[in-house]
Design a protein. Structure first.
Length: 112
């Protein structure tokens, strides 16, 4: 995501810049969720934010997830700021890697 977009969504109207990692992950907790086949929430643990120029790359890990094939993700990041927002999530499990595309009309995706 772009740092300016994250600043905008976190600091609506404020002139603060470059949101803290804790504020970003707080926003993630409200707008990103993982659940199992019984709709139980799977805890997401922050594993860092990498800043490259104007971009932010955020990492979260699922704790105690049984099988990736049974998990569903809800991703509403920045949809409260942009109606045409597109989110790409890279899912890694063991040596397997997959990318998922989320939009306002497709906020839930099965990981497996």
């Amino acid at each position: 995501m772009f740092a300016q977009d994250m600043d905008s969504v976190l600091n609506r109207g404020s002139r603060r810049s470059v949101a803290s990692d804790s504020a970003i992950f707080g926003y993630f907790n409200r707008h990103l969720a993982l659940s199992d086949e019984r709709s139980r929430v799977v805890v997401l643990v922050p594993c860092g934010i990498r800043r490259e120029g104007d971009a932010l790359f955020a990492c979260v890990r699922a704790r105690h997830a049984a099988s990736i094939a049974t998990l569903t993700m809800r991703n509403e990041l920045l949809l409260d700021l942009f109606d045409d927002q597109i989110n790409i999530v890279q899912v890694k499990s063991g040596s397997s890697r997959r990318s998922l595309l989320f939009t306002k009309s497709a906020v839930r995706k099965r990981l497996g």
